[in-house]
Design a protein around this ligand. Sequence first.
Ligand SMILES: [Zn+2]
Length: 573
Amino acid sequence: MNRKCIQRAAMAIIASVAVLAGVIFAPAGGTASAAYEPEHQIIKIGLYYGADEMEAANLLNYIGSGYTFGYFDAQREFHPVGQTDETAITMIKDWTMYLVDGKYEDERPLANDGSARACEVVGCYHIRLNAEFASAEDAAVVAGEYPDAFPAFHNGVWYVCVGSYTSAADAETALAERGIDGVAMTASSACVTVVATGTTRVLFQFDCGANASLAVMPRPDESGAKPQTWFRNYKYYGAFQYTRLNGGNITVVNVLDMEDYIKGVIPYEMNTLWPLEALKAQAICARTYAAMRFDAHKSYGFDLCRTVCCQSYLGTNAAGEGSDRAVDETAGEYITYNGELCNVFYFSSDGGATENCENVFTQTIPYLRGVYDPYEEYVETGRKNWSFTYTADEITSILQSKGYNCAKIVSVTPTYTAMGNIYSLKFTDANGKNWTFSKYNASSILYSSQYGKYTYSMRFTVKGEGQPDSTMLYANGAGNVLEDIGEVYAIGSSGTMEKIAATGTLSVITGSGVEEVSIIGSGAAITADKYVISGSGWGHNVGMSQFGAKAMAEQGLSYKDILEFYFTGVTVG
Ligand SMILES: [Zn+2]
């Protein structure tokens, strides 16, 4: 950037920021439409699957008493086929399962001397009575006539099974000895057996092959409150589904209403003590994100998983009054653009401005446009200003350690977006060879665990240590250099004071009329021994700033204000 040009620009520091204002005040382009209807209101969340499939999975009533057994059909409607009053139950794969120290395992445990440990066993061979029953109740009545019988739902028919033997021969022998009118059998490799936790007492068995999976729905207790169930130290709303994909261990899925699911997501995305309107904005982002990803894990038979792969979800343990209320008060609301569900992005803090999606990732998305953020500065984000210095040797070493075969780096050329965020970094080595990193890579290339120095966001500048800024603005004459260009305000096209960007283009009134100037020397090579990287914010800068949402809420703005500010031209509802 040519300093003279800037100096000239500075003569009229009350500049017209028409270009910037055009971004700030982009008119809402979304058209109002009827509320979005998601593909499913009942959502399936994978809890244990793949390498984490389980041999056995416990449930314990927290709020509620006992369970209804059944299955979900393709429309996700629950069909009951049995029940139990037991409050602690365990679903085990139908296999020879050994009960050891309260746990069910599919291999006989060994003692220290290598011998087989004595333990109780649930066998997968049974005597099935030669009778079909019209209902779960009828089967339960007959099962009650035996000390070791249980109702079984096999391929859509109610049966009663007696005994649990570890081999077909044992079941045949028992059949003969007990004089029962039945047949020795074992179910398919899809079968799941329910036992009373910590015992070998079978309560129910479900085997519909690949056509349906066992689902367990907790029953409400006399309080009528919405049931919650313990599963591996976490409490969950809704039902659980157990599937043995390919006949192996059990894939455990939580099946619940979308709104109850979102209550288990918000606490992992935002502090539940934050202002209600910020939590509401987060709730709608999480709901919209979930609805966009219904097919994320289709091959496992559920919609989203519980990890950051989709979005973190761990039931109700961490839910707070504020986060629950935020979900309830925005129930069924989604973010759409021209009637289509939005691909929402959010991150911790923008440090002053968000960025156009295509300048960080790849796609141009009409509602993911950069906005200048006047709110964030009013809250403590924890990453307001960060700065570190790399020597030329350190930069060389970082590039080499990341696989780039460079000689000593002798210059760095940054370019910035119109929003003043980093766009690209070009490194030139002593042999004159160049390596250029753009968009998200422009930030990540300088992220170094080797040196413990981190580029936290897309909002940073690179300068040579001790070198003057390539940009200077002067206030009221050439003698007064504005050192912090980030604190310059101008009167925008709307007639209000607006903060101008530290970089980008600016329309100014000069002696010859309105001209556009670049503020920073975007594209000028910097040659230095040390490079100072100074930034603000934390995250990828695309979409909603969570700290910005907090700040807006604290200033009395609504969740719609927040979402419409960070997502250009969208409809919330
Ligand atoms: Zn996932």
